[in-house]
Design a protein around this ligand. Structure first.
Ligand code: SF4
Ligand code: SF4
Length: 430
């Protein structure tokens, strides 16, 4: 069923969503590459530990990296073949990580996990960890930790907002895999003691709202189209009117939030015994020839993905891993997909901001737009003079780097960059 009133949160910004480029493109399966480069650090927490050696023959779905500690996640082979290399390599953000390189034998020999009792909440929670599930919206927080909250939870809230402009992979899953998605939500509900299932969906996805409203045990909350509607605190408020305190976990309000694709992958893990080794991502932007939603194996090179989508246009200017607001700019296409990759965005000339920042004109727009009610201009000002504690007085550590302030800033100041620097300096000072 669906609520009739459209909900939202205070502040935020209205952005042209640009979803028309890919929203009607059905999910295409990208052929597996000849080689996959799989990072053991695709999640928040400790990297996984390699459990295979160079020369080993592995199957698709075989465990190759074992979670190392409570906040960590298992990693699986995405093709069958031979382990060619296990070595540290630099990821696109410049961090050194251990990668496992597998040469594909193109046989797709596949192994699955064992059957479990699908009505047992404890077994479902354990399966979510065993299958290597993490927050697939980009956060990468291990789902096994989230599904074991420190206090009772009465609402499973699914983030169907997909508020990042351009991205459409969650939308496609909700309409193409509705049945699996709903079953995945029910498994999460069982694991959380029978919590009510609520799905928040922005109004620019009326087909998803209509399809999911047909399920009596699912409450669909239509949301106004506004950024960052899908961030946890804003989504919880918009859908339940519960407020998460500063520095508090969402679960303290009795709500556990999951990404659409994490829910679908829960179905895969529990019903099909399939661990996480591939995901749907959106490849889009005016700088790519054929925008698509694709099912892609973990560890596929960005270069091959771009080729599968028709290649770059001559006026391609900027490549982003993720969406334009919270994604990371890539300097080239040398990286490889990971569990958290929801999109690969290629912006063309005129689409990407190419203006240089100028001095702050104290217009206050950044503060008016900030969904956390922070003062980004002062965080920027005091970070730039090296007074990080004063910058934090204006909320640096409460910022979740949504980019809303930078988007509305007429001076094009790098406000998110200042927040990131301030946080890093405060951590070093601790
Ligand atoms: S200060 Fe942080 S939370 Fe506020 S708008 Fe800027 S990036 Fe978003
Ligand atoms: S929006 Fe930009 S110019 Fe305006 S107050 Fe904020 S930082 Fe300054």
């Amino acid at each position: 069923m669906a609520l009739s009133k459209r909900s939202t949160f205070s502040h935020g910004v209205h952005i042209h969503d640009m979803k028309y480029l890919s929203k009607d493109k059905a999910i295409e399966v990208m052929p597996a590459p000849e080689r996959v480069f799989i990072s053991l650090a695709q999640h928040i927490g400790k990297p996984a530990q390699a459990v295979v050696a160079v020369g080993d023959i592995v199957s698709r779905g075989q465990l190759i990296g074992k979670a190392d500690g409570f906040v960590s996640a298992n990693v699986f082979a995405s093709v069958s073949g031979v382990v060619e290399k296990i070595a540290p390599m630099r990821n696109p953000q410049g961090q050194m990580q251990t990668f496992i390189v597998i040469k594909n034998d193109n046989l797709d020999t596949t192994v699955t996990l064992d059957d479990i009792d699908k009505t047992d909440g404890k077994q479902i929670a354990s399966r979510v960890g065993e299958a290597g599930l993490v927050g697939l919206g980009g956060a990468g927080f291990p789902t096994a930790v989230k599904i074991n909250p420190p206090n009772p939870v009465d609402i499973v809230l699914i983030n169907g907002a997909e508020c990042e402009p351009y991205l459409t992979c969650d939308h496609r899953i909700m309409i193409e895999n509705a049945e699996e998605f709903v079953k995945g939500a029910r498994f999460l509900s069982i694991a959380l003691g029978g919590a009510k299932i609520v799905v928040g969906i922005e109004e620019n996805k009326p087909d998803a709202i209509e399809i999911l409203s047909k399920y009596d045990d699912i409450t669909v909350v239509p949301l106004k189209k506004k950024y960052p509607q899908g961030s946890e605190k804003q989504l919880i408020y918009a859908c339940t009117k519960r407020k998460v305190g500063c520095g508090k976990l969402p679960a303290t309000t009795g709500v556990c939030v999951f990404n659409v694709q994490t829910v679908k992958q829960t179905y895969d893990a529990v019903e099909l015994n399939k661990p996480l080794y591939e995901r749907v991502m959106t490849v889009t932007g005016k700088g790519i020839n054929e925008p698509k939603n694709i099912l892609v194996r973990n560890g596929t090179s960005y270069e091959e993905i771009v080729a599968f989508c028709g290649g770059l246009k001559d006026d391609a200017r900027k490549i982003v891993s993720g969406g334009p607001m919270m994604g990371r700019v890539l300097t080239d296409l040398s990286g490889y997909t990971k569990k958290t990759d929801s999109g690969l965005l290629v912006l063309a000339k005129g689409e990407a901001n190419e203006l240089e920042p100028t001095a702050c004109i104290s217009c206050g727009r950044c503060a008016q737009a900030c969904p956390m009610h922070l003062m980004p201009m002062y965080i920027d000002l005091f970070t730039n003079v090296g007074d990080y504690e004063l910058a934090n007085h204006y909320g640096a550590m409460n910022c979740f780097e949504c980019g809303t302030c930078a988007y509305v800033c007429p001076a094009k100041r790098d406000l998110v960059g200042s927040v990131q620097l301030c946080k890093q300096k405060l951590r070093e000072m601790k």
